[in-house]
Design a protein around this ligand. Structure first.
Ligand code: CP
Ligand code: NVA
Length: 304
């Protein structure tokens, strides 16, 4: 059975720990030697494209960046046909898509034909598992362990927040989230987080969410693809900016995390991003280390 990573809980908790251990190994074997990885983007990217390209190179492979206009998913030809064709060239297909179902369709097309090419979700409207890996790596680097630590997410319950919440549950961590009325997680998202092993603390009060947390996390209020909702969301999220005053209500030694890109003065203040408690740039670097750990693990699963 070909392994795909469309959400972080496509890994078992012990597999997640294995990937994080591999992420810390700067001298991995060249498991991608002579092989290629497709990196297909329907949306812009700074971190994901570059960290994945470098991770592939560090594993001895060849990354190929593919723009949507070159492929025309479901326009020039179906997603299923593109996936089956790419499976003939590439050991892994990474895809950043608007609709999560596009990743699922790629994986299903591959599974239906017994091909060993894994699909990795590089961000969809539902999830961002690569980010969650880097997030856990960052918390572990800071505190030396994950079990018993807690993350407070302040802002939009989006793709990043969902994967983060699930990852926290899988790692034995607490997960707290503050968002305005009308912008809470759907019940099915909360159920998926609960199934990972954590009962999320849900509130509309940012101060209550961050109280005692080891890490305070935020992300943009308007995700890619939601641009038409910009004014409405900026109004709704006013008062949810993470700044030094809010950080002061977290645990002593708490760190600030953000997947980036950041919008100064919206979900986070520039002063907080630059403060001693900020870990956003090591967190961004960890995207490369965690991607390398994941690809190494995935190659052993599908091509070992
Ligand atoms: N955090 C993240 O995924 O960044 P990019 O959108 O730049 O890839
Ligand atoms: N939630 C954001 C994350 C960007 C890395 C988005 O989907 O645009």
């Amino acid at each position: 059975m070909t392994r795909h990573v469309l959400e972080i809980d496509d890994l078992a908790p012990e597999e997640l720990a294995d990937v994080l251990a591999r992420a810390a190994d700067a001298s991995p074997p060249p498991v991608l030697a002579g092989k290629g990885v497709a990196l297909l983007f329907e949306k812009p990217s700074a971190r994901t494209r570059n960290s994945m390209e470098m991770a592939v190179v560090q594993l001895g492979g060849h990354p190929v960046y593919i723009q949507p206009s070159e492929v025309g998913l479901d326009q020039r030809e179906s997603i299923e046909d593109v996936a089956r064709v790419f499976a003939g060239y590439y050991a892994v297909i990474g895809a950043r898509v608007f609709r999560h179902s596009s990743c699922e369709r790629m994986a299903a097309a591959i599974d239906g034909h017994g091909v060993a090419t894994g699909v990795v979700n590089m961000l969809s409207d539902a999830s961002h598992p690569l980010q969650a890996l880097a997030d856990l790596l960052t918390v572990r680097q800071e505190f030396g362990d994950l079990e018993g630590r807690s993350v407070a997410y302040v802002g939009d319950p989006n793709n990043v927040a969902r994967s983060l919440g699930i990852a926290c549950g899988m790692a034995g961590m607490g997960f707290r989230i503050a968002s305005p009325a009308g912008y809470a997680f759907a019940d099915e998202d909360l159920d998926r987080i609960r199934a990972s092993g954590v009962e999320p603390f849900v509130t509309t009060d940012p101060g209550a969410a961050v109280s005692g947390a080891d890490a305070v996390y935020t992300d943009v209020w308007v995700s890619m693809g939601e641009e038409a909702e910009t004014k409405q969301k900026l109004d709704a999220f006013a008062g949810y900016t993470v700044d030094s005053a809010l950080m002061g209500r977290a645990a002593t030694g708490a760190i600030l995390m953000h997947c980036l890109p950041a919008h100064d003065g919206q979900e986070v203040s520039r002063e907080a991003l630059e403060a001693p408690f900020s870990r956003v740039f090591p967190q961004a670097e960890n995207r490369m280390h965690s991607a390398r750990g994941l690809l190494w693990w995935l190659m052993e699963q599908n091509h070992g």
